[in-house]
Structure formats: structure tokens, C-alpha cells
Design a protein around this ligand. Structure first.
Ligand SMILES: [Zn+2]
Ligand SMILES: [Zn+2]
Length: 314
């Protein structure tokens, strides 16, 4: 085994020496356990996750054959000074409480969900649902847009979705589809009062999935959150590859934006439901503030699991 110094020297000589020896020397330093099978990737992801409950939940959520939890109500809760979560154990809507009204990310599955879960849920945590100005569907599946039109009709909220998913629902004509309203494009900003949300197009789960990045406050201190818009790997290999690219690009965007808070619209996928209960039980450290390093690891776990799922398709 050549010393590191020898390898470096050989590499330096590359232009003169013609390549063969330095290349083989460099190969010897490559990791011996490059993943060969889907299971290798899943094992690698599990190793990356270690005993981190958030990352472990993500590995489980991205493993083949995911079972969704039984649907039960979740008691509404303000997980930040300016963020409230309402919904069920299956899917949640996230209300960003700005100085000039509410931006609601996702609207659950039906007008009934809006009427019986979102509206009273917001009232429970002291938020007037009439202050909803925008309803953002993170993607064009009915568990995210189903209550949107009700909120638009009742409170005059504008409904936002990425163009690709407006097109998707125009083609598929699902029940409870909202009327086409505002289109989201990649990098678009929405400012309401003191809050600016940046929408990032992260296609894969659907062609028009968006993952917003926005400021949040916890006990008066500012943090930066991402809400990953669509977590479950899509069916086709091509869409999974698109998803993988989105994950890799978003990790870079998140590092640049200083994201230190990770949220999800399916709180079963990221230990979110348990974290809500930890806060409700009086946790003094907010478990959604996981810091930039763990947020990056979260993306790396998602990337690794997706690579496994792509390989498993072959
Ligand atoms: Zn979906
Ligand atoms: Zn969903």
C-alpha cells in the first residue's frame, strides 16, 4: 500500500507519467464498500441515520412497502411562535402566521377536512381562519389540495400551485380540485407582511412539487425552515431520478439559505408527529430545530434511499 504522500506524488506526475500507474494508485484509495445492490444503499442510509430518530423515520418512510399510519386526529399545535400545524396522523396543513395574515401550506383532502379540521384547528391555536390569504398546495395530490377551494370560497384565499401540477390536475380532473389560480415558479418569492417565502421547485413526487423555504421564530429567535413538499418516492424510475436530482440540488440551496429547521407535510415520515407531542409535553428545546448539519444529513439519507430505490427498479 503506497503512503498517502506517494499517491499524491504520483497524481502530481500524471501529465508526465501518462496516467496508468497514478490511476491505479488512486483506485486503491477508493472506498471498498461502494454500494452494489439496493440493500447496500438502504444499509448505508441506516448507518448515516444512526440513532437519530428523525433520520431513522425517514429511512423507514423511504423503504419499499411503506405502510401509512391509521388516520387519527392530531391536536392542533403551534410548533413555532409563528407556525401552527393542524391535521391528522396521515397528513397535516402548516399555517405560517405573518403580520398580515396566514399562508397555509397544504389544505388536506376535502372541503370537509377544511371545514372540520383546518378551520376549527386554527381557531384552537388562536388564529382566525378568515386571515388565510394564500393556500399553497405543495403538490397536486388530493391530500394536499382537497380543502383549498373551500378556503378560497369562504375566506377569499388565493390558491397557489406549481404550473406542472395545475396541468396535472387539469388532465386528471380529481375530485375537490381547486379552480386554477396562481402559478408558482422555481425560486419565486411570496411576501406577506413581515414574512418572505421562497418556493423551490423540487419535482419527482409529482412534476410540480414545491418545497418552500421560509423564516420561523422560536422564543423570538429567527431560524430558517424548509418544508419538503413530497417525500414518498414516485412509481417510475424516471420520476425517481428526477426526485434524486431535486434532492441533491435542494441540499445545496438549503446550505446556502442556512436552513436549520426541517418540516414535512406527512409528519409520519420525519418523526414530525412525535416532535409535535414532545413540544406539547413541554420540551424546552424545539425538536424541529435540527441545525444545518443534521438538515444536510437528512438530505443525504433521502438521496441514498432514492439511489437504492432506483437500483431496485432495475
Ligand atoms: Zn403526494
Ligand atoms: Zn401526500
Amino acid at each position: 500500500m503506497p503512503s498517502r504522500r506517494t499517491v499524491l506524488a504520483a497524481a502530481t506526475l500524471l501529465p508526465l507519467a501518462g496516467g496508468a500507474r497514478p490511476a491505479s494508485a488512486a483506485l486503491k484509495t477508493a472506498p471498498k464498500t461502494a454500494p452494489k445492490t439496493a440493500q447496500d444503499y438502504y444499509d448505508r442510509a441506516a448507518k448515516l441515520a444512526g440513532d437519530d430518530p428523525v433520520l431513522k423515520a425517514l429511512v423507514k418512510a423511504l423503504s419499499p412497502g411503506l405502510q401509512m399510519p391509521a388516520v387519527q386526529p392530531v391536536k392542533p399545535f403551534k410548533i413555532f411562535d409563528d407556525v401552527a400545524v393542524v391535521g391528522t396522523t396521515f397528513v397535516q396543513a402548516t399555517a405560517l402566521l405573518t403580520s398580515k395574515g396566514v399562508v397555509l401550506i397544504d389544505a388536506m383532502g376535502s372541503p370537509d377536512d377544511a371545514k372540520k379540521i383546518i378551520v376549527p384547528g386554527l381557531r384552537d391555536v388562536g388564529v382566525n381562519p378568515a386571515h388565510i390569504k394564500y393556500v399553497v398546495a405543495a403538490h397536486g395530490h388530493d391530500d394536499h389540495f382537497g380543502g383549498a377551494q373551500y378556503l378560497a370560497d369562504t375566506y377569499g384565499a388565493r390558491v397557489m400551485m406549481h404550473k406542472a401540477d395545475w396541468d396535472l390536475i387539469a388532465a386528471e380532473r380529481p375530485e375537490h380540485a381547486p379552480k386554477r389560480d396562481l402559478e408558482i415558479s422555481d425560486g419565486q418569492k411570496l411576501t406577506l407582511g413581515d414574512t418572505t417565502i421562497v418556493f423551490h421547485h423540487t419535482p419527482g413526487h409529482t412534476p410540480g412539487t414545491v418545497s418552500p423555504i421560509f423564516p420561523v421564530r422560536w422564543k423570538g429567535r429567527r431560524h430558517t425552515a424548509i418544508l419538503w413538499g413530497g417525500t414518498n418516492p414516485p412509481a417510475t424510475t424516471e420520476a425517481k431520478r428526477t426526485n434524486l436530482t431535486s434532492v441533491r440540488e435542494a441540499a445545496v440551496t438549503m446550505r446556502r439559505a442556512g436552513v436549520d429547521v426541517e418540516l414535512n407535510n406527512h409528519g409520519g415520515a420525519d418523526y414530525g408527529l412525535t416532535r409535535i407531542e414532545q413540544l406539547r409535553a413541554g420540551a424546552t428545546k424545539n425538536p424541529f430545530i435540527i441545525g444545518p448539519a443534521r438538515t444536510q444529513r437528512f438530505m443525504k439519507v433521502m438521496e441514498t434511499m432514492l439511489r437504492g430505490r432506483i437500483l431496485q427498479d432495475q
